[in-house]
Design a protein around this ligand. Structure first.
Ligand SMILES: Cc1cc2nc3c(=O)[nH]c(=O)nc-3n(C[C@H](O)[C@H](O)[C@H](O)COP(=O)(O)O)c2cc1C
Length: 379
């Protein structure tokens, strides 16, 4: 395929794969799709190591980087610049709640251990350093979520000749992004894994395509719930230039997910996810677990704002995953990860290369099946 988004980023097939796993990113790009490495949990040093590895394993194929730079965080949070100042804002009540929740599932922790002792990488001072690293590598796309991409990101990308993509969950957000100079809009419906809005992909994609065309006709990628090539073809029939995916890669052999998460993903139905603030402080879709039920319960102190909630949940989930890996069965009900409603379509574990191949085949079959219906040759 050689549509405008393929030409813009240099890939063969407009299947974009967001992943925190370098192996998935490289495998998808090698197979003709476009891998995008999610940098949000990396320090600048770690990002450099990951991108060097991708450079060495991608066979010269194009790939991108996604940094999470929130436009809005609590103002009280933004004025706090050291990790100690941020940690001080996590109340004894929140710490006690997590300690007790973990204890109920056989995991011992002190109030100090349930807060991550590290400056969150989402803060502007760190995300600028992540951009420094990203632009030192031969990336073909830089993407951002959670609001307007910072002006410095857009201007630096222009200097490097790198297109900028932004994830949006509403038509109004897409228009603001286009006006800010973004080159590709990712219209991400509420089915999606990770941070998401409330409008479904089926409604959001045509809405964004129409609105964007009227202002500046940049490519639009459809995201949220896309697990098959037939869904990708359906979204492109609605005017999208390609698909941006995340959940489908979580159950691949290369993925970063633990065995327990992968097993839950394969078993889960599309009704087993929840859009909750209890992991990052902003609404994000994830596998529903005892963690979410507790934060939604009567004794919950309520979710903290970003990035404080992430400092708590990252520390807690590290302990949960370690406990499960160590054989603690009581910890299993807490296990969760970001995943979208499309999880119900996951039936087995494949390699990332096989998933790209399936998308290509299903896309072609869907296209031919529609053509046959139009021609009346479908019976
Ligand atoms: C495990 C996971 C982590 C994610 N983290 C981010 C992130 O850090 N930055 C971002 O822009 N999008 C993130 N997303 C959202 C994806 O970029 C993508 O829009 C979404 O997964 C598409 O919907 P789908 O999950 O139904 O395929 C994440 C998604 C998943 C599944």
């Amino acid at each position: 395929m050689k549509n405008r988004v393929c030409k813009l980023v240099g890939c063969e097939f407009p299947l974009f794969a967001f992943s925190h796993c370098r192996d998935v990113v490289a495998a998808v790009s090698r197979a003709g799709g476009f891998g995008v490495f999610g940098a949000s949990s990396c320090t600048p040093e770690e990002l450099d190591i990951e991108l060097r590895w991708i450079d060495d394993h991608v066979d010269g194929k194009p790939y991108g980087v996604d940094v999470l730079i929130p436009e809005n965080m609590g103002s009280a949070v933004l004025t706090q610049t050291t990790k100690e100042q941020l940690m001080d804002q996590i109340s004894p009540e929140h710490r006690r709640f997590v300690v007790e929740l973990l204890a109920k599932h056989g995991i011992a922790a002190t109030p100090d251990e349930v807060v991550r002792d590290m400056l969150p990488t989402l803060l502007p001072q760190i995300s600028e350093q992540l951009l420094d690293v990203a632009f030192r590598h031969p990336i073909r796309l830089i993407a951002n979520a959670l609001g307007i991409a910072p002006a410095s990101m857009i201007s630096r990308a222009k200097v490097h000749g790198v297109p900028v993509a932004s994830l949006v969950g509403a038509k109004e957000h897409a228009l603001r992004q286009v006006q800010a100079g973004v080159d590709i809009i990712v219209a991400q419906g509420g089915e999606a894994g990770g941070h998401c809005g409330e409008v479904s992909t089926l409604v959001l994609v045509p809405e964004v395509v129409r609105a964007v065309k009227a202002v500046r006709d940049v490519p639009v990628l459809a995201a949220g719930g896309i697990m098959t090539g037939a869904q990708m073809a359906g979204c492109m029939a609605m005017g999208a230039d390609g698909a941006w995916t995340g959940s489908v890669w979580l159950s691949t052999t290369e993925a970063e997910t633990t065995e327990a998460i992968r097993e839950k993903i394969v078993r889960a139905s599309s009704r087993d996810t929840v859009r909750s603030r209890s992991r990052t402080g902003k609404p994000a879709r994830q596998l529903r677990s005892a963690w979410h039920d507790a934060w939604d319960g009567d004794s919950s102190p309520g979710a903290l704002p970003m990035p404080l909630m992430g400092m708590v949940s990252q520390a807690a989930f590290k302990k949960i995953n370690k406990a499960v890996e160590g054989g603690n069965q009581h910890a299993l009900p807490l296990v969760s990860y970001f995943v979208g409603q499309g999880v119900g379509l996951v039936e087995n574990v494949l390699s990332a290369t096989q998933v790209v191949q399936s998308f290509k085949e299903e896309f072609a079959e869907a296209f031919l099946a529609l053509e046959a219906q139009v021609a009346g040759a479908d019976d």
